[in-house]
Unconditional design. Structure first.
Length: 174
């Protein structure tokens, strides 16, 4: 293993930003219920922390999408590996994702979930790499905009490792 991980965003920075996102969502959805859809596996740590900071009623569901291989490039093809359990009919959905990279995953999901009858579909991502975008999509809520570096921790992996780091780290291959 030649790679090492450098801290990019500390545990304190990430936790305090998630708290703020929770406050913002609670304000924006005052008087409504929010239905959080966690994109497995990467967004699971983020969704738990975010859900705890939302003060309007919350329900949750999980979905898993394909990301081929275990390298640091996404393949461009999106497939459902595990589908939702709850109906979306008339729900105020927020898709919770770890990172927006090319944007293909979120674009695909936004269209799919709207077609399934959600009242509204918003996107919330802990991280955004705007330089990498190949399709036109923006998240409605973003934790941090970061440079084009491969990152791990807080749910994000490199070949299934490092998800349990309590901070966001940049992987250095040297
Ligand atoms: P997109 O469809 O290209 O936006 O892909 C997003 C998915 O690629 C994310 O949900 C992550 O699973 C994965 N991904 C993209 N960039 C990184 C990264 O820097 N570290 C770990 N996973 C990443
Ligand atoms: Mg992912």
């Amino acid at each position: 293993m030649a790679e090492r991980v450098e801290v990019l965003l500390s545990e304190e920075e990430v936790d305090s930003r998630i708290r703020k996102l929770g406050e913002q969502i609670s304000k924006d959805y005052a008087g409504k219920n929010v239905h959080l859809i966690c994109i497995l596996k990467g967004a699971s740590f983020f969704m738990c922390e975010l859900a705890k900071r939302i003060t309007v009623p919350v329900s949750i569901d999980f979905m898993s999408l394909s990301s081929y291989g275990s390298d640091t490039q996404s393949s461009g093809e999106v497939k459902i590996k595990k589908d939702l359990e709850e109906s979306l009919e008339n729900k105020y959905v927020i898709v919770v994702e770890d990172i927006v990279d090319t944007g293909r995953t979120l674009k695909y999901l936004k269209e799919l979930l709207k077609d399934r009858g959600a009242a509204d579909v918003k996107l919330c991502a802990l991280l955004d790499k705007p330089e990498r975008r190949v399709v036109d999509i923006e998240a409605d809520y973003i934790g941090f905009s970061i440079p084009d570096e491969f990152v791990v921790g807080y749910g994000l992996d490199y070949a299934q490792r490092y998800r349990n780091l309590p901070y966001i780290g940049a992987v250095k291959f040297d």
